[in-house]
Ligand binder design. Structure first.
Ligand code: NDP
Ligand code: HSE
Length: 437
């Protein structure tokens, strides 16, 4: 058997400790599959004294994670610290710059600096692998890079954040409100260090930017992703969605748009109404699911645990196995220099049905005001319902009005909401959710 692959782990939190446990548990099997042993030789974290429930005495310890890149006894570094910049980026640059391969779960860093890091890895002839960065344990990066590599991709979309999905599906099954469920998701280890990244859609947008690049051969363009999260989704919205035969999911969508000779890229993360017969409606808890639509393969569905120690470690170690086998190519499936700069598509031109929810003062003329705004903006109403007063709407006596629109351009819905902005009839901001077509 060949020499072992010597691994340094930076970060021993949820994911890093999971990697140690997995390599301990499956060492023999992995060695047979990889053709050599995969051995952790050095580790780094902030607090050496912290009890992580794993034996660390057998590994070299360093407080300075960047030192791992300079360690001659290390072949590959696994960066499991997190954060777009700071120590993670310093370590990534140093590792690749030193001609060592890098495995990372850090979608924030890749969304912001992926192009630079891919160029560096290619120049050095080493691997940059990031299966764990998108959808945790679900092998969708491999699916796009390898399995679907022969296809022109029309659309990639899915449930990309386990924390949000846990919150939305728990709100759905229990009727509890958002804030009540958030703390539970954090305690389960799904949430980012700053949970605002999860609930405001930023984490899903990081992942979407990576998927879009792999799917469309475009430069990662996180700045072009339109992002909205789930803070404003009420249990009442979830109940209305259910009455309409839908479930609420935070969905990231990336789609090639515009003429063939001048393609544009649409990228958005937003809460959607998903029909109950759509596979994404059945993605519950911290599960993730990604749909890839290829011109020859058709529709592919990747689904599984999108977060948590075990599933994420599974993806990190899969990448280490590829490095051990010497199986890697350009990180984004084609050389970084040939990734295209695709201009963003105009969301206003997109057509679809939408769910609109208003919390309003229950007085004469309010409904007419909303209907007039729709009429004046050219929005056709498919259905409308008004419910009785509810204390969850933010003001005494406020009532909920839920509207479903006919299919039409999004710019018309935006114009209708603009007409209503600041209206004294409204309590809080209206909620708009596209209906997944
Ligand atoms: P944690 O917060 O649990 O762990 C982070 C680790 O990094 C800790 O061990 C911490 O040390 C260490 N660390 C922080 N700063 C430094 C530093 N300057 N030098 C060395 N080590 C440092 O994060 P997770 O394990 O949850 O996430 C790690 C990465 O994996 C992130 O990029 C995240 O986005 C990604 N990811 C996470 C998933 C999950 O389910 N949790 C799923 C998919 C991806 P100490 O323990 O001493 O404080
Ligand atoms: N915070 C992320 C989530 C972890 O909830 O999906 C997995 O990337």
């Amino acid at each position: 058997m060949a020499e072992p692959l010597r691994v340094a782990l930076a970060g021993l939190g949820t994911v890093g400790a999971g990697v140690v446990r997995l390599l301990d548990a499956n060492a023999e099997l992995i060695a047979r599959r990889a053709g050599r042993r995969i051995e952790i030789v050095a580790v780094s974290a902030r607090d050496r004294a912290r009890d992580r429930g794993i034996d660390l005495a057998r590994f070299r310890w360093t407080d300075d994670s960047a030192a791992l890149a300079r360690d001659d006894g290390v072949d590959v570094v696994a960066e499991l610290v997190g954060g777009a910049d700071g120590p993670a980026l310093t370590l990534a640059r140093a590792t690749l710059g030193a001609g060592k391969s890098l495995v990372t779960a850090n979608k924030a860093m890749l969304a912001h600096h992926g192009l630079e890091l891919a160029g560096l890895a290619e120049a050095q002839g080493v691997a940059l692998k990031f299966e764990a960065a998108v959808a945790g344990g679900v092998p969708v990066v491999k699916g796009l890079r390898e399995g679907a590599a022969a296809n022109a991709i029309a659309r990639v979309y899915g449930v990309l954040n386990g924390t949000c999905n846990y919150i939305l599906s728990t709100m759905e099954s229990t009727g509890r409100e958002f804030a009540d469920v958030l703390a539970e998701a954090q305690a389960l280890g799904y949430a980012e260090a700053d949970p605002a990244f999860d609930i405001d859609g930023v984490d899903a947008a990081h992942k979407l930017a990576i998927l879009a690049s792999l799917a469309f051969g475009s430069r990662p363009a996180f700045g072009d992703v339109a992002v909205d999260g789930i803070r404003h989704v009420l249990a009442a919205d979830i109940a209305e969605a259910a009455a309409l035969g839908h479930r609420v999911r935070l969905v990231g969508v990336a789609e090639a748009d515009g003429p063939r000779h001048e393609p544009r890229l649409f990228q958005r993360v937003h809460a959607h109404l998903v029909p109950v017969d759509h596979p994404l409606a059945h993605v519950t808890g911290a599960l993730n699911a990604v749909v890839v639509e290829g011109d020859f393969v058709g529709r592919l569905l990747f689904q599984g645990a999108g977060a948590g120690a075990g599933p994420t470690a599974s993806a990190v170690v899969a990448d280490l196995i590829d490095v051990a086998r010497g199986e890697f190519g350009p990180p984004y499936a084609m050389p970084a220099a040939s990734l295209a700069a695709m201009p963003p598509a105009d969301a206003g031109e997109r057509r679809g049905r939408a769910y609109l929810r208003f919390a309003v003062a229950d007085r004469v003329g309010v409904l007419a005001e909303i209907a007039a705004a729709m009429r004046d903006a050219g929005v056709s109403i498919e259905s409308l319902i008004q419910r009785g007063p509810s204390s969850d709407l933010g003001a005494d006596g406020a009532v909920l009005i839920a509207i479903v629109t006919h299919e039409g351009p999004e710019r018309c819905v935006a114009a209708a909401l603009e007409r209503l902005r600041g209206s004294p009839s409204l309590v809080g901001r209206p909620l708009w959710m596209p209906i997944l077509g």
